[in-house]
Design a protein around this ligand. Structure first.
Ligand SMILES: [Mn+2]
Length: 108
């Protein structure tokens, strides 16, 4: 399947989804930040509303990356996300320590 075919399948799978939160893991490294930005850009290209979240400060080493300043350190609680995507993280504790992320915004 070519790139356009893959993007169409993703868009079809996300029918009814509009607001998406993409999360990296705590103590962020290059692979989690790069994955989060790339995933967000792909989803935005599909016309979706996307926020990026990383609990910890992103090291200035990565300041050269596009959209790096758009990463949020807290989750906007006034937005009802339809979908939360985590990248480069094996479980939710690797994403958000101290609060239960998946109970925010109606997720259980
Ligand atoms: Mn990593």
């Amino acid at each position: 399947m070519d790139k356009e075919g893959v993007l169409k399948r993703i868009k079809d799978a996300l029918a009814g989804v509009n607001q998406i939160l993409v999360c990296s893991h705590v103590d962020p490294d290059a692979d989690t930040i790069g994955s989060m930005i790339a995933t967000s850009l792909m989803l935005k290209d599909l016309g979706l509303e996307v926020d990026m979240f990383c609990q910890d400060a992103v090291p200035h080493t990565y300041d050269f990356l596009p959209h790096i300043k758009e990463i949020k350190r807290s989750i906007p609680e006034n937005i009802a996300y339809d979908l939360i995507i985590t990248v480069d993280a094996g479980d939710e504790k690797r994403v958000f320590q101290g609060r239960e992320i998946f109970k925010l915004n109606g997720f259980a």
